[in-house]
Design a protein around this ligand. Structure first.
Ligand SMILES: C[S@@+](CC[C@H](N)C(=O)[O-])C[C@H]1O[C@@H](n2cnc3c(N)ncnc32)[C@H](O)[C@@H]1O
Length: 451
């Protein structure tokens, strides 16, 4: 048994599974049980998520080799806090983890071993930990589970059988089996052990079997739907996950009374997340597309109503405008932070148009942003065009940091830029190319959202 964060170092070679190194089950720290929480996070923002865990829960998170996952210990008295994290998509309690699972050569042997593994796992201890936190988190399912884990045979007496499913997430090319086969056989053994009923759609309990190369983690889901869906009710064609928006916002460290602009806001996902989580700044959300502006307004109204229904009468610090980003109705040097998800030129806009748009908007952003202290956090997958546009801005922007992220399967960059002290129209590049486009490249794609 271990307390707080030493699980990773604890490899037991003498467990009942000869081919696995097994990290032990929950520990009791004073009056509280300690469990390991696994969380999926936007790929690229693992460090940000670990920082948030440290800041809000006070424990160190371990970043998985499998990108997009972190693990951290939490005692049951603090379990409710994990649901308040803003950078996590899905949460689960770890039942067991094997850092170096030696899969058998043949598919049959491996699947047989997975079947044999299921009844040996410390389900009951994990369950006790979660049930102990009753009232803090989703308890209905785990209470159901408690009845079964305490005495699996009793569950057969229940009039309403527990419904469950096993979801297998597998990555790695050295496996002799498919995700479906692993889920099917492991699930079959879980079903036999607990006498539960498999149901892929209406389930009470979701068991997770995460396999990444030779790392195997078995868990119980704590979230029914991803936490990134928290703010948006009116979706657009390229709505950004609120968890990714949160990561972008943290990168630019909003301060009290900062004026923050999202000049191409789409559904307003970024400024809305900002207005909720970093509410001592003021946000202006703009777009040149009527449908986008309407969606943003509707999303803001929806959140305002939800807050009012809960007795929170304070308005959100956000306003919405229809504008062309290349010609902002904003005073020069008046904005502290610009944060935007730019058209990638795939589902939104076109690569060809980006060769005009990117330099124009970088220059206009430089105009409104405070020289010397202003920042921009910009997301794009059109990396070549973006890099060229920034280099042509000469002294106006300095690239500070890039976070590589995965947006709907596309490899994109989140660029943190600092506005230098250079005045507009003073650098040679700026004079030469104040509003001009770059050399046009790329394919024309007329798939812009219709207005
Ligand atoms: C990738 S989308 C932003 C999606 C947004 N982050 C969301 O979560 O919904 C880019 C947005 O830029 C807007 N846009 C493109 N060119 C623009 C311009 N010149 N001025 C203002 N907005 C523009 C598009 O209408 C689109 O809504």
């Amino acid at each position: 048994m271990s307390c707080h964060g030493d699980r990773d170092a604890d490899h037991d070679q003498e467990t009942t599974e000869p081919s696995a190194s097994f990290t032990d089950s929950p520990a009791v720290c004073e009056d509280h049980i300690s469990v390991t929480i696994g969380a999926t996070v936007p790929t690229g923002f693992e460090v940000t998520a670990a920082e948030e865990v440290k800041e809000k829960i006070g424990v160190d998170a371990r970043i998985s080799k499998d990108r997009g996952r972190i693990y951290f210990p939490v005692t049951t008295d603090k379990l409710f806090q994990v649901h308040l994290l803003r950078s996590v998509d899905n949460l689960f309690v770890v039942v067991a983890e094997y850092n170096h699972y030696q899969f058998k050569e043949s598919k049959e042997e491996t699947l047989m071993e997975l079947q044999q593994l299921a009844p040996t796992l410390p389900w009951q201890e994990v369950d006790q930990a979660v049930v102990a936190a009753e009232g803090q988190t989703k308890t209905e399912n785990t209470s159901d589970m408690a009845k079964c884990t305490q005495n699996p045979e009793d569950s057969a007496l229940e009039t309403k059988p527990i419904k469950f499913r096993v979801t297998c997430n597998r990555a790695g090319d050295k496996h002799s089996f498919s995700s479906n086969e692993a889920a099917r056989d492991f699930g079959g053994a879980v079903q036999e052990f607990f006498q539960w009923k498999a149901d892929m759609t209406k389930f009470d309990i979701e068991v997770l079997l995460n396999i990444h190369n030779e790392e195997v983690v078995i868990g119980i889901a704590l979230t029914e739907e991803s936490l990134h869906r928290r703010n948006i009710s009116h979706f657009g064609p390229t709505t950004l996950r609120s968890t990714l928006c949160y990561g972008m916002l943290r990168l630019c460290k909003p301060q009290a009374s900062d004026v923050i602009l999202d000049p191409m806001c789409g559904t307003g996902a970024i400024p809305l997340e900002g207005a909720i989580e970093f509410s001592s700044s003021f946000y202006i959300a703009g777009d040149n597309n009527d449908m986008a502006v309407n969606r943003t307004v509707n999303n803001i109204c929806h959140i305002q109503k939800r807050r009012a229904d809960k007795g929170n009468a304070s308005g959100l610090p956000i306003d919405t405008v229809r504008w062309d980003l290349c010609n902002l109705p904003i005073r020069t040097s008046s904005v502290d932070i610009i944060i935007a998800d730019m058209p990638f030129g795939k589902r939104m806009g076109s690569k060809k148009r980006n060769w005009d748009l990117y330099p124009s908007c970088l220059r206009e952003m430089a105009r409104v942003c405070r020289p010397g202290s202003g920042k921009a956090v910009l997301l794009t997958q059109d990396k070549k065009c973006f890099a060229k546009a920034v280099s042509r801005m000469g002294g106006l922007w300095r690239k500070v940091h890039t976070v590589w992220v995965n947006v709907g399967g596309l490899h994109a960059g989140v660029y943190l830029l600092k506005r230098t002290g250079a005045a507009l129209g003073q650098t040679p590049e700026d004079l030469q190319d104040s509003r001009g486009s770059l050399n046009k490249q790329g394919d024309e794609k007329e798939d812009q959202e219709p207005s």
